[in-house]
Ligand binder design. Structure first.
Ligand code: DAT
Ligand code: MG
Length: 144
């Protein structure tokens, strides 16, 4: 049990479908703290750096073109076990398998358009927070 920080993002289809308030509201109501939040465009360079681990996968091109297709909402989130709490709230990667009550289980059916991203570990969260936010934007909030 430990307070953690994680990177959470509403993907372009979540923004274009008007789900920002719904999804941010779920994070707030769960009791997690939002340390930073911004709507932004994702460049091809940022998308490729973010999804570096998937570079050799057949879906990499689609992933990059989807995530750069419109503005996203990026968040720095903090709370007790924040990494796994956010992952559980997101639901399974393939929304077909995502439980009702999860974000993907309530708002998505397609793997390639699964509405949200959340870091899978504290270390990747740190890396992703530093990719998406400047030190000035997070101020002294970022620990570790
Ligand atoms: P997650 O987003 O749950 O962490 P991941 O890191 O394995 O899942 O994959 C990153 C994203 O890539 C995922 O949100 C959707 C896409 N993706 C993963 N596997 C895929 C597949 N087999 N076909 C198409 N898109 C896929
Ligand atoms: Mg992942």
């Amino acid at each position: 049990m430990a307070v953690e920080q994680t990177f959470f993002m509403i993907k372009p289809n979540g923004v274009s479908r008007g789900l920002v308030g719904e999804i941010v509201g779920r994070v707030e109501r769960r009791g997690l703290k939002i340390l930073g939040l911004k709507m932004m465009d994702v460049s091809e360079e940022l998308a490729e750096a973010h999804y570096e681990e998937h570079r050799d996968k057949p879906f990499f091109g689609e992933l990059v073109s989807f995530i750069t297709s419109g503005p996203v909402v990026a968040m720095a989130v903090e709370g007790e076990s924040a990494v796994s709490v956010i992952r559980t709230m997101m639901g399974a990667t393939n929304p077909v398998d995502a439980a009702p009550g999860t974000i993907r289980g309530d708002f998505a059916t397609l793997m390639g358009e699964n509405v949200v991203h959340g870091s899978d570990a504290v270390e990747s969260g740190r890396r992703e927070l530093e990719l998406y936010f400047t030190p000035e934007e997070l101020g002294s909030a970022l620990v570790g």
